[in-house]
Design a protein around this ligand. Structure first.
Ligand SMILES: C[S@@+](CC[C@H](N)C(=O)[O-])C[C@H]1O[C@@H](n2cnc3c(N)ncnc32)[C@H](O)[C@@H]1O
Length: 231
């Protein structure tokens, strides 16, 4: 198996509408642990989100587009709260099975989880100061990605941040070993490894997104696509 080319033909088990619902719930719940270990939102919060929130002279509205089990919002909300920011958090996911898990977590104050996608929010006239996502970009076909990133910019009157894995042999090898204690009863092993094979390199993602997107390495094995909102 080579990681030189992105393998967009691989399907993730969690994307199968007929997948085992117990395993899917367990996977979505355990994303919290995986995200804490690999997604490095603390760093993004410190160098991107906190400085941005500090520029606003009113309570912020922040959207997590494709929020899954809702753990990224919960984590960001805790940091923002301890920094004294007033933020309304909205997490949306088009998959009702993900929403079911998000709705069972103890929600931070001023948090709403909805079963919706970007088009639904635009049709409802919603606007946010910051739109973000985690591990959604690599899931999407090229047509879906165009719509997703375009809608994310339209929904934001501030900035947009899409965080994802950067494909690589070392990331693959380390994940294959490191996921072992967390994998039983979930899709984490198969889907995580397929996710890495579906993910982009920095230059590939920059080329696919085009202007005005800027793709930076937010941490080891991590990419962050950044653009201004148009909303
Ligand atoms: C790997 S999960 C990541 C979930 C969560 N963001 C996390 O980091 O744990 C990808 C999520 O993207 C959602 N998704 C797929 N297509 C989407 C779209 N077009 N717009 C928004 N979310 C989407 C899926 O339903 C799924 O919950």
């Amino acid at each position: 198996m080579s990681l030189a080319q992105r393998d967009a033909s691989l399907l993730e088990l969690m994307d199968d509408p007929a997948c085992d619902p117990d395993k899917l719930r367990a996977t979505l719940r355990r994303f919290e642990t995986i995200n804490r270990l690999v997604s490095r939102w603390r760093r993004i919060y410190r160098y991107r989100i906190r400085p941005f929130l500090a520029t606003l002279d009113r309570p912020a509205r922040v959207l997590d587009l494709g929020c899954g089990g809702g753990d990224v919002i919960a984590q960001l909300a805790a940091w923002a709260e301890s920094d004294g920011f007033s933020v309304e958090w909205v997490g949306v996911d088009p998959d009702p099975r993900a929403l079911e898990v998000a709705l069972t977590r103890p929600a931070p104050p001023r948090t709403t989880f909805l079963c919706a996608d970007g088009a639904d929010l635009l049709a409802a006239g919603e606007r946010f100061d910051l739109v973000l996502s985690n591990h959604v970009v690599h899931h999407l076909t090229s047509g879906e990605l165009d719509a997703f990133v375009g809608q994310s910019r339209e929904l934001s009157r501030g900035i947009v941040l899409h965080s994802d894995i950067e494909r690589g042999r070392l990331a693959y090898a380390l994940y294959a070993i490191g996921v072992t204690p967390f994998a039983p009863g979930t899709f984490l092993r198969t889907d995580g490894l397929r996710s890495i094979r579906r993910s982009y390199l920095q230059d590939e993602l920059a080329a696919v997104l085009g202007t005005p997107w800027h793709v930076e390495k937010s941490a080891r094995f991590r990419l962050l696509a950044v653009a201004p909102g148009t909303g």
